[in-house]
Design a protein around this ligand. Structure first.
Ligand code: WT7
Length: 641
């Protein structure tokens, strides 16, 4: 059965005519070629970048460890900046920035280059050397990008921590990365409030730690304590250095950054990305999927604290010489039309955002976008979770004026770059599917035995071949890397996602099938929220599951048993929710805390989250309960009508 034509959104002919890949047949031909000879495809893409020394071998694959462009020397910052200074891009805007209170700044490629060189020297002056880890905990301001690129320029390894994470989360990441330096700001703005970034850093540094220096950017003149000998001001340091700083030629496999993300078990994992392969992946996908043109104003609304911010706010677009819009604050500040106002004002042509944001826009009402001229837009994108077809259609009509193709892009922190996505001039779209794999990406859907399933059957989404922007390992934990990604399905990278293909081969990704939650596009491990709860003195045991949420995709429900003698009051419920926010960050705050006498377990003592998920979602249990140890637990959990 094929899809009736009326359900397909074909690429507008005008769009296809100008696009790099202008028909589906061309995509198919190139895709097949790229799968037959992946090294050839990736070498061609890498060849468009600036290498100080060309590689000797494209790929060295000793499963599950890959090395790309071996023998090559390259610098990511040089590719994002210096490379553009020899021609007309020199005075082109690299960053158009707006703060939440409304300040505006523009940085041309030349200006950004100068700031990055200065800050590279500031890092050096403060003892940072090649290979050292630098934590960046900043608002979404140009200085966050400057700090990242400065690290890349001198071969330091950045680890950006999202500004919404708590002091305890900083501590955890510090303990793992053993960074000696933190770059932060006095505060950032969010929905009219000041986020006390420096204060959180101070809290995180109360115990023993590896940090020698904290560099503080002055964003909002917040009254903050300065620890003599440890804290220095960004602006003072910048005055003390020269603007000359050559880019360090780095091995293609030199680490570029560590980004922490949640897994199904234990503490967050430090996902390690390296230099040449990562840049090739983000450069190539940005070019083809957003089909970038010189005159575009490109806006990816992600924060630099997430992988989308690394790959599609910073490295992908800047390596392509794009003009990128950045906005510090909330989409509904001061009113729910902030995005639409900005699109009209800056003439944004490409908008890349998250389904959860789109669902909020729908809730706030059609009249907000309708007030603004959005006709500059030519292309839309989404990322973070499956987009429900209603949200897709709303986005297409109310934002894209029925003329802009929507790129539903599937990828992960671990994959570094987009792996499954339409191409705007080539792929007929269906609302709700990320469509087809990108060039060189061998995606498949398999059953528990690793056999490819038939079309229409749900299975595990895996990748059968390595790709340049893949994670190289979990920072200092090769064992966990192997176990987490390469042990579930023999010989394949397991994504943790479930998916099926329709009769026309489109990939429909249904979301995580492990114990990872996706709350408003943010990734959280059930285990992480559980250990935060268990750390509270009143809690004996906790189990955390997701349940469908209209706005956030998933909401968090925590089932909690308390220690003997502790009264289960509404006050305790509130306290526990706050406690989780303190331990992890407010994104992890449970929507609901349910007290229970016991948790359903298997005879071997494993909590049956599947049952809890059903109870949290529908209030009943329909699935198999034969392995349940104590049936009485169930009756207690299911609320009486
Ligand atoms: C998980 C990865 C990549 C940047 C943001 C999230 C889900 C992501 C899609 C999509 C269906 C998607 C998956 C994936 N996901 N994009 N287009 N369709 N699901 O990165 O935090 O590493 O999370 O997000 O479940 O595994 P992340």
């Amino acid at each position: 059965m094929t899809t009736p034509a009326k359900y397909l959104f074909k690429p507008p002919p005008q769009f296809s005519k100008r696009a790099r890949i202008s028909s589906f047949a061309e995509y198919q031909r190139l895709y097949e070629e790229s799968i037959r000879k992946p090294s050839q495809f990736w070498a061609r893409e890498a060849g468009e970048l600036l290498w100080e020394k060309r590689w000797k071998k494209v790929l060295d694959w000793k499963p599950p460890f890959a090395q790309w462009f071996i023998g090559g020397k390259i610098n990511v910052a040089e590719n994002c900046l210096d490379r553009h200074l020899n021609g007309p891009r020199k005075n082109k805007a690299a960053i158009l920035w707006e703060g939440e209170p409304g300040e505006k700044r523009t940085l041309t490629y030349q200006q950004l280059h100068r700031q990055v060189c200065l800050f590279s020297n500031v890092l050096k002056r403060n003892g940072v050397k090649k290979g050292h880890r630098v934590l960046i905990y900043m608002p979404l301001i140009p200085e966050a990008v400057i700090a990242m690129l400065a690290c890349a320029r001198i071969g330091a390894v950045h680890s950006v921590i999202f500004g919404g994470f708590s002091a305890a989360s900083i501590q955890e990441r510090l303990a793992d990365s053993k960074a000696k330096i933190i770059v932060t700001a006095d505060g950032g703005y969010r929905r009219g409030q000041i986020i006390p970034l420096k204060r959180n850093v101070d809290h995180a540094l109360q115990g023993s730690h590896s940090v020698r220096r904290v560099i503080v950017f002055r964003r909002n003149y917040a009254d903050i304590p300065i620890h003599e000998g440890r804290d220095v001001w960004w602006h003072r340091e910048m005055e003390a250095v020269q603007a000359e700083c050559p880019a360090e030629p780095l091995d293609s496999e030199h680490p570029l950054f560590i980004l922490y993300t949640s897994g199904s078990t234990g503490k967050p994992k430090g996902i390690l990305h390296t230099t040449g392969g990562y840049l090739t992946g983000v450069y190539s996908t940005t070019k083809y999927i957003f089909d970038l043109r010189e005159e575009d104003v490109y806006w990816c609304t992600a924060d630099v604290g997430w992988i989308a911010g690394h790959s599609y706010v910073v490295y992908g677009p800047l390596s392509n010489g794009a003009t990128c819009l950045m906005y510090e604050g909330a989409p509904n500040w001061p009113e729910p039309d902030r995005f639409w106002k900005m699109i009209a004002e800056y003439g944004v042509t490409i908008l890349y955002t998250a389904p959860t944001a789109i669902r909020s826009f729908i809730k706030w009402g059609d009249h907000w976008p309708a007030r603004h001229d959005l006709s500059s837009l030519r292309l839309l994108g989404t990322v973070g979770e499956p987009i429900n077809p209603e949200a897709w259609r709303w986005y297409h009509h109310h934002i894209g004026g029925d003329r802009c193709p929507i790129m539903d892009t599937w990828w992960q922190t671990e994959t570094g770059a987009i792996l499954i996505s339409p191409l705007p001039g080539a792929t007929p779209l269906k609302p709700g599917t990320a469509t087809f794999p990108f060039f060189g990406i061998d995606a498949a859907i398999v059953d528990d035995e690793g056999r490819e399933v038939l079309d229409g059957t749900e299975g595990k989404l895996v990748l059968r071949q390595p790709w340049p922007s893949m994670l190289r390992t979990i920072y200092e934990d090769k064992k966990r890397y192997k176990k987490q990604y390469w042990s579930e399905v023999k010989g394949c990278y397991f994504t943790g996602d479930g998916a099926h293909r329709d009769p026309e081969g489109y990939f429909w990704i249904s979301g995580r099938i492990d114990d990872v939650l996706n709350v408003a596009g943010h990734r959280l491990g059930s285990a992480e929220v559980e250990s935060a709860l268990i750390a509270h003195p009143s809690v004996a045991e906790a189990a955390v599951v997701g349940r469908p949420d209209e706005l956030k995709g998933q909401g968090i429900v925590a089932f909690v048993t308390v220690r003997t003698g502790i009264p289960t009051t509404p006050a305790l419920r509130k306290e526990l929710r706050e406690y989780v926010a303190q331990q992890i960050g407010s994104i992890a705050k449970p929507d609901e805390v349910r007290f229970t006498e016991a948790l359903p377990k298997t005879r071997s003592g494993k909590i049956m989250r599947r049952l809890l998920k059903e109870i949290a979602t529908s209030g009943q249990v329909t699935g198999d309960i034969t392995t349940l140890e104590d049936f009485n637990v169930l009756t207690q959990l299911i609320p009486e009508e």
